[in-house]
Design a protein around this ligand. Structure first.
Ligand SMILES: [Zn+2]
Length: 334
């Protein structure tokens, strides 16, 4: 597990910030486009501390961190948007649907309070502390998009142009991907997970497959997933096949009359050994069942996750990190 101190150059004027944290939640990839005196950042890290580390790394390729004048949120989950406010003055762009969805997300304050109340003795509390206890959400304020769109939007960044393409509902209701044509790069957001079982809150899985297909239709050279290492088209195609297999299995279990818990237990038994966070299979089952049953309710993330943990008690770690596991790496604010 590693937080990067440098950005990885993946194309002309395109840099990725790639935390290496398989098997856990929250450490999302970010992408910086531009150089000199203007830049666009795709997604902001989970905490102010992580945002500061990213800004320090960005300083190596920008004249000033303040030159990040445009922020794009691929979706409204906190691990991609909580530190929007750490880029003061930046225009924040996302889809109209992502802005509407913000009210269904837990705020940083709520998450901080919840973690401080978690009991080690209780399985869901221990799970949350193990995966989220390392993050310090204090001081973060929800900073919503200042500019929204539907469909497609071209955004100039210096002498470059990037294209924002709405592909949701898929992972969430309003996902977008970012196409950087001059270097053949696509930022997939959480439409694409590499290394762990994917988690999708909105669905249906057909929406995720269609969104991943839109990435392939752009014929990218490099794809930056929301979490995990950089990949090419063959890995995206393998991901599409896996999600389609999961969709077909869940549909078959639903047709056989199994309820959500029974179907989840079957998928958990059939899990792939090479992917982490397999408790997410129970979340995917709940998401797909909601569509198969014609439910229009908005899923509450923590509630859905809590139900998944009850079905997969083996995935609850026996020990947890202390709260705020990264203070040693804290760097002064600019
Ligand atoms: Zn994410």
């Amino acid at each position: 597990m590693r937080i990067p101190t440098r950005l990885t150059e993946i194309g002309s004027q395109v840099y990725a910030w790639l935390p290496d944290f398989p098997g856990t939640w929250g450490m999302a990839n970010c992408t910086l486009i531009g150089s000199g005196s203007t830049a666009l950042l795709v997604d902001t890290p989970y905490t102010a501390h992580l945002a500061q580390l990213l800004k320090t790394a960005a300083h190596q390729v920008l004249l000033q961190p303040a030159d990040i004048s445009i922020v794009v949120n691929t979706h409204a989950n906190g691990d991609h948007s909580y530190s929007n406010g750490e880029f003061p003055g930046a225009e924040i762009i996302s889809t109209e649907a992502n802005l509407r969805h913000l009210c269904a997300e837990p705020t940083p304050e709520q998450l901080e309070t919840l973690l401080n109340q978690c009991q080690q003795e209780e399985s869901f509390g221990r799970y949350l502390l193990a995966h989220f206890g390392r993050y310090d959400y204090r001081g973060l304020r929800v900073t919503p998009p200042t500019r929204t769109f539907t469909g497609r939007l071209e955004v100039p960044v210096g002498d470059l142009t990037v294209e924002l393409i709405e592909v949701g509902p898929a992972h969430t209701v309003g996902d977008l991907i970012v196409h950087i044509p001059h270097s053949g790069v696509v930022c997939a957001g959480d439409v694409l997970f590499i290394g762990d079982v994917p988690v999708h809150w909105a669905g249906p899985l057909d929406g995720v497959i269609a969104a991943a297909q839109q990435i392939l239709d752009l014929d990218p050279r490099v794809v930056i997933p929301g979490h995990g290492p950089l990949v090419g088209q063959s890995e995206v195609r393998a991901y599409v096949r896996y999600v389609a297999e999961l969709r077909d299995r869940i549909h078959a279990l639903h047709a056989d009359g199994l309820d959500i818990d029974e179907a989840s237990r079957v998928l958990l038994r059939e899990r792939r050994p090479d992917l982490g966070l397999w408790e997410r299979l129970a979340v995917l089952t709940a998401t797909e069942y909601r569509h198969l049953n014609g439910s229009s309710e908005t899923p509450q993330l923590l509630q859905v996750l809590s139900s998944a943990i009850q079905l997969a008690p083996e995935c609850v770690p026996t020990t947890t990190l202390p709260r705020y596991a990264f203070p040693a790496q804290r760097v002064p604010r600019s």
